[in-house]
Design a protein around this ligand. Sequence first.
Ligand code: PBG
Length: 326
Amino acid sequence: MLSLRSRPRRNRKSAAIRAFHSETTLSPRHFILPLFVHAGTGIQPIASMPGCYRLDLDALDAEVAGAWAEGIRAVVLFPAIAEELKNSTGDECYNPNGLVPVAIRRLKAKFPDLVMVTDVALDPYNSDGHDGIVSPDGRILNDETVAQLCKQALCHARAGADIVAPSDMMDGRIGEIRDTLDDAGFTGVSILAYTAKYASAFYGPFRDALDSAPKFGDKKTYQMDPANRREALRELDADVDEGADMVMVKPAGPYLDVIAELRAATDLPVAAYQVSGEYAMLKAAAEKGWLDEKKSVLESLMGIRRAGADIILTYYARQAARWLAE
Ligand code: PBG
């Protein structure tokens, strides 16, 4: 017999005792469900994201109704824009009759209490596939892009968005969007800043979903270097100063330390985005029978919560909600 005073296993000896000191909760109220919409008819599967679809507006209604019934209260919309509507400045992004504003108005009419989050960035609308405007010599123009993002955010607010979420990583966009919204009377529209968004390989399936991969180069002059943690705090300071209501880390799973860092550095709600590549990895392993999908997905989401995220954007939101209700 070992002579041990401390035997941590005593606190794990039964389900009831384990439940005494279970530190982290996971429930559908923490989830934001990302949804892909397109202007055509029907639903289109996304090869690298099994179980996710580009939805037409009717299918979007049905998807949201299903999610609502499962306890999900927030969605974020990502549009697949027809090639002929794209241009180098992404002007379709603020068309009041564009796909996103039309979808927002429809959903708000049917689900008035649904929290509507929108993505603010040019990449779905930009013929170059970048989040910003590309200059003739191939640079991403910061300030010109911010002006477009302000028009886009205002367009979403006018359509009824509750939260606009700039995912572009241009400098100074949070403050400019805040001023634009306030000047137009939308002081109640929140900004969820993609504060620490990394230049990640895990966005690959998402770019397939929207056909939005950059036509040249990469996003490293605006998205962050995966090697960096301190830089996330600098971005946090800027976003907080500029009036962000919530901040985000993206991707989630490979960046749990960054989530914990932001959690410690701010009292604002912290969100984390379990991105398309994280989803695809879990799906692929589950399809092969290599992982227990339910257990590994709930564990991955719990890990993101434990690291400090209040909110999780996840393509697994509906499935997880169903599993949590079992
Ligand atoms: C672009 C945007 C991306 C994602 C959300 N908004 C891709 C990118 O930055 O290239 C990725 C989401 C995912 O992979 O699930 N503004």
